[in-house]
Design a protein around this ligand. Structure first.
Ligand SMILES: CC(C)(COP(=O)(O)OP(=O)(O)OC[C@H]1O[C@@H](n2cnc3c(N)ncnc32)[C@H](O)[C@@H]1OP(=O)(O)O)[C@@H](O)C(=O)NCCC(=O)NCCS
Length: 164
């Protein structure tokens, strides 16, 4: 996302239904959204972060309808997958599609060995997305002051080269 996406970024990050189970307060203003986009240090280190999601039918320059992507968690050294979409786009498989592409990027391009997800127990649709991705519920942990389910997926095994 670029600062031009600030209004769209604000739209989904300030929506009470979208923010309900994220553990974050709704974003306060378009200026705050622009500030968050402009100062997103993850693109420098570790070099990846959450991407804006646009509808394929609207083209790559369309306004994002949400985000999906990876986030490095310095406190544990883990890499987390997260997603958020405007409610009018829910229930069409879009989060699952974006998350599958994100996992593929994490394993194939970044060569990560494991990706985790943190989800509040009441967030049934997000838990269903994690199931559809083939992620496995690992344990319950305290994250940012709340008890959350921690889900995990490990990199697919590459077939070993047959011995001559
Ligand atoms: C979580 C979220 C990204 C899912 O987006 P989506 O595009 O609707 O997801 P998908 O369509 O790929 O899959 C949703 C699945 O949840 C299911 N679902 C929806 N509501 C559900 C409910 N109340 N209980 C159980 N399953 C539910 C859908 O039926 C679907 O499963 P199916 O394909 O087996 O039918 C979206 O709801 C969202 O943006 N929520 C707010 C932000 C958020 O909570 N993010 C996750 C933080 S951990």
């Amino acid at each position: 996302m670029t600062p031009d996406d600030a209004e769209a970024f604000f739209r989904f990050n300030s929506h009470p239904e979208v923010m309900r189970y994220t553990g974050e307060p709704p974003m306060a203003s378009i200026d705050a959204a622009r500030e968050a986009i402009e100062h997103y240090p993850d693109w420098d280190d570790p070099g990846y972060g959450r991407w804006g999601c646009v509808l394929r039918s609207e083209g790559s320059t369309a306004a994002p309808i949400g985000f999906c992507g990876l986030k490095y968690l310095p406190e544990t050294g883990e890499v987390d997958i997260g997603y958020r979409l405007l409610p009018e786009y829910w229930g069409q498989g879009l989060a699952t599609e974006a998350a599958r592409a994100t996992l593929d990027y994490g394993f194939s391009t970044l060569r990560l060995s494991e990706i985790v997800a943190m989800v509040l127990p009441a967030n049934a649709s997000s838990i269903r997305v994690l199931e559809k991705l083939g992620m496995v519920r690992a344990d319950d942990i305290t994250y940012e002051g709340q008890t959350v389910q921690r889900w995990v997926i490990t990199a697919p095994q590459t077939p070993s080269t047959p011995q001559a």
